[in-house]
Design a protein around this ligand. Structure first.
Ligand code: BGC
Ligand code: BGC
Length: 610
């Protein structure tokens, strides 16, 4: 194959020069184009034609994904890079939809300025809306969507996210996380639709929402089923840890959501940082090639996680042996955010010395290029600016509010304290998560870890409450509860967790409310007013000891920017959410899951209504 290539090189060079000239001007290829540029030909024919024209360096470039902050447009052209990503919070300045589209188009122009003019594909973590973009609609995190039990709604959300993502040019979303979170200590529990495989499987409708019925529609965004496999099953809920299960258990608990996503035609799969019985997934040929690509029949491409190949041997950085292990295991594109140059030279050497067969390189390229053709990137490489105004639009915010409303799980309602009357009422609102867009959105919002405060436009839960009531009702707010007295008819304490992502959210010790929250709640209680606790958190918390003193408890999860959906339920919309996770009776029960024989505070599936 290689030799054949070389013989043909002089001839193709001449043709390439023609192509370069033709493609210097953006727009559809003309009569001088090659078969791969002809959209009337079948994708497989186009891929084969293109592959036959590519050098080894061009093929390795397609398999390389760099981070936007670590590459220039010139690098893209010089090194023939196939993909760029934005890491969590990595955004252009200013962080506006138009600046994103301009950035995207700039990189794309550089990719198209190569001899074969192969478009790059740009990936982001739009894991609850297009969450790196200021002003985007932020939807509830997956744990809340799991509580809705509404796969059709989740599909609609996928479509809305795809519109916002497309409006900034971006083609590829590292979502959905189809993890089955088994231990609530895990910092990524909120990225899970539920602790049993049925929920993430049902919610794989998000794939269809993002991609459309087939790739290539005006708002089609390539979806990613992640993280393969067993990310939510690690011992102790340790992020990136070891999932110690028999193969039968691993298949029964963690594989079904990936099967469902493959059946929906998911375009990519991301490998998990975690290990299975001591072996890092990033080097696991059996699970990636034999099971995923073979048995499950996955025809898309496999991407590594951020510097994930570095972890194969347990030491920092990557070696040639790790590059080879990852690629030979079946990883098609490698996320090497900053070390992409070393990756390229290493992989080239490993192909040249025969450690990585050219057939593997060709297979990876076939998979990646197939998706680029199917997405229509060769015909429509630039941002569709007509979609840019969809970022954060009213229709998407209304959909998010509906999702928030449907995700609320009512766990206690003593004496029917809820719903609250909208009129002639006097309500006190307190708590660190009552008036805080950042806290109610959680991690993966504007920045990787997320942060407290006014980080992006939206409606806080307090603002939602204020607009839910009529002019005859008084709403008083003080974060710590200062100023409450017995004249109030009810007090709402909006408490819980503050933002975190990935391992920084692992809770190895207590899973209780913090001292500030406990103090706020006791201040409210001491006034002799019924207390409604609204828990804004990424997972069930250890609250069994405090619960008897609370009149009502509403699990709000991490609702995102549309806090009015919480108020909808407090003031009358009958709650419909059901627990996607078993709620511990004590932290010592972790891990606790449906069917394990432990007695929970609330079983998976629990949820009251009115
Ligand atoms: C996370 C992935 C994410 C990637 C890119 C990793 O740290 O595990 O879920 O897609 O970063 O941001
Ligand atoms: C990036 C994330 C990535 C993480 C991995 C962060 O710096 O922003 O996207 O998931 O590193 O550790």
């Amino acid at each position: 194959m290689t030799r054949h290539h070389r013989v043909r090189r002089p001839l193709s060079l001449a043709l390439l020069l023609v192509a370069v000239t033709a493609l210097a001007v953006p727009g559809p290829a003309t009569a001088a184009s090659f078969p791969y540029q002809d959209p009337t030909l079948p994708v497989a024919t186009r891929v084969a034609d293109l592959l036959a024209r590519m050098t080894l360096d061009e093929k390795i470039g397609q398999m390389t994904q760099a981070e936007r902050g670590s590459v220039t447009q010139a690098d893209l052209t010089t090194y023939r890079l196939g993909s760029i990503l934005s890491g969590g919070g990595s955004a252009p300045t200013p962080n506006t939809p138009t600046a994103w589209a301009d950035m995207y188009d700039g990189f794309q122009r550089a990719a198209l300025a190569t001899p074969l003019a192969i478009p790059m594909i740009y990936g982001v973590d739009a894991v609850h809306g297009h969450n790196n973009v200021s002003g985007a609609t932020i939807f509830p995190h997956n744990i809340g969507l799991g509580a809705t039990r509404d796969p059709a709604l989740v599909q609609q959300i996928g479509q809305a996210v795809a519109e916002e993502v497309s409006g900034t040019g971006v083609d590829w979303d590292f979502a959905p996380c189809l993890c089955v979170a088994r231990n609530d200590r895990w910092g990524r529990t909120y990225e899970s639709f539920g602790e049993t495989p049925d929920l993430p499987s049902d919610m794989s409708t998000l794939v269809t929402g993002l991609q459309g019925a087939t790739l290539g529609g005006p708002t089609s965004v390539l979806a990613t089923a992640k993280h393969y496999l067993g990310d939510g099953g690690t011992t102790g809920g340790d992020d990136q840890g070891d999932t110690q299960l028999t193969e039968a258990e691993l298949r029964a608990v963690h594989l079904p959501p990936f099967q469902a996503a493959v059946q929906r035609g998911v375009g990519s799969v991301m490998i998990s940082y975690s290990s299975w019985n001591g072996v890092k997934l990033h080097g696991n040929q059996y699970l990636i090639t034999t099971v995923l690509k073979g048995e499950l029949g996955f025809t898309g491409f496999v991407v590594s996680d951020w510097n994930g190949i570095d972890q194969i041997d347990g030491a920092g950085g990557f070696t040639a042996a790790e590059v080879t292990a990852a690629v030979n295991a079946g990883i098609d594109m490698v996320m090497v955010p900053s070390a992409w140059k070393t990756f390229i030279s290493t992989l080239r050497a490993e192909v040249q010395n025969g450690h990585v067969p050219l057939s593997r390189i060709d297979d990876a390229n076939r998979r990646i290029l197939t998706k680029k053709f199917e997405l229509g990137l060769f015909e429509r490489p630039y941002t569709d600016r007509s979609l840019t105004p969809t970022v954060g639009n009213a229709a998407h915010r209304a959909l998010a509010r509906q999702a928030v409303r449907e995700s609320q799980v009512l766990l206690k309602n003593a004496g029917g304290v809820l719903p609250l009357a909208r009129d002639n009422n006097k309500i006190f609102v307190a708590g660190k998560n009552a008036d805080n867009i950042g806290n109610q959105s959680g991690g993966w919002t504007i920045s990787w870890q997320g942060s407290s405060g006014n980080i992006t436009p939206g409606t806080t839960i307090l603002q939602g409450i204020r607009t839910a009531v009529g002019p005859t009702t008084t709403i008083t707010y003080n974060q710590r509860g200062t100023g409450i007295d017995r004249t109030y008819r009810a007090a709402i304490a909006v408490v819980g967790e503050t933002p975190y992502a990935e391992g920084q959210g692992d809770r190895t010790g207590s899973m209780s409310l913090d001292r500030e929250d406990l103090r706020t709640i006791s201040t409210l209680r001491n006034a002799g007013v019924p207390v409604i606790v609204v828990l804004v958190s990424g997972r069930p918390l250890d609250i069994a000891t405090e619960l008897p003193a609370w009149n009502a408890l509403l699990a709000s999860w991490l609702p995102g920017t549309e806090g009015a959906g919480v108020a909808d339920v407090l003031f009358g919309a009958g709650p419909t959410g059901k627990l996607p996770m078993t709620w511990m009776n004590a932290v010592s029960q972790q891990p606790i899951n449906a069917g394990d024989g432990q007695v929970p505070l609330f079983a998976q599936g629990y949820g009251l209504t009115y």
